[in-house]
Design a protein. Structure first.
Length: 223
């Protein structure tokens, strides 16, 4: 019995060593490619229109914006936007976009191209566009607004992006609604139409949110 036990133990040890030596332990990791953030654009297939023009902004702060424009459909071109945070999956060697709805995954084909994982047999490829501008579209977003005497900020719900609110556009209306509906300065979920712009101060510059229209304000509720 002892001899049988010793042989069994030796056999298990040998099999374990073989497994380690094979190098296929599932722990291989791929570092994130350098210079991954940027703007990528391409055309996706569409079942009820000619194509979907897609532009992906990968920001340096791990946020993203994906704009999809439906071209050649029965109605005029319409834009759909997705916001959220992006990360790098070292095990799958894929870029992961997480926001509202299912996550999206893209695999780098090379330093300039990303392929979105899809059930479609047609490739969904986005190519880096170094000439593309920053994201400045006027969009409808929801977040938490805070208005104080020394300034105001807006925190987008999905991505967590925090931006100072510019004293322009519909800012006076936002401030009025905050004073009337939120006199105790509670957290207030705010739905607005707005756009991001960059302002310069001396040798530095920073982003601000310009509110074009205040849609809804709900004091006492957070994201």
């Amino acid at each position: 019995m002892k001899r049988h036990l010793l042989l069994s133990t030796a056999l298990l040890a040998a099999l374990a060593a073989c497994g380690r030596d094979s190098g296929d332990d599932g722990s291989a990791m791929t570092p994130m490619p350098p210079g991954l953030p940027g703007v990528y654009a391409g055309s996706f297939p569409c079942s009820n229109c000619e194509s979907i023009a897609a532009t992906l902004w990968l920001r340096d702060d791990d946020r993203f914006v994906l704009r999809q424009t439906y071209v050649g459909g029965a109605s005029p071109a319409d834009n759909a936007y997705s916001f959220g945070r992006w990360s790098w999956d070292e095990h799958a060697a894929e870029l992961v976009l997480q926001g509202r709805g299912p996550e999206r995954r893209l695999a780098p084909l090379d330093a300039e191209r990303l392929e979105m994982r899809s059930a479609s047999p047609i490739d969904h490829v986005l190519t880096r566009d170094p000439s593309a501008p920053s994201f400045t579209d006027r969009v409808q977003i929801d977040g938490e607004s805070v208005v104080a005497e020394n300034g105001a900020t807006f925190t987008q719900c999905v991505s967590g992006l925090v931006l100072p609110i510019a004293d322009a556009g519909a800012f006076k209306e936002l401030r009025r609604q905050q004073r009337v509906l939120n006199p105790r300065h509670k957290v207030a979920v705010t739905e607005v139409e707005a756009h991001i712009t960059t302002v310069s101060s001396g040798e530095s510059s920073h982003e601000v949110l310009v509110i074009d229209k205040v849609i809804k304000l709900k004091p006492g509720k957070g994201c």
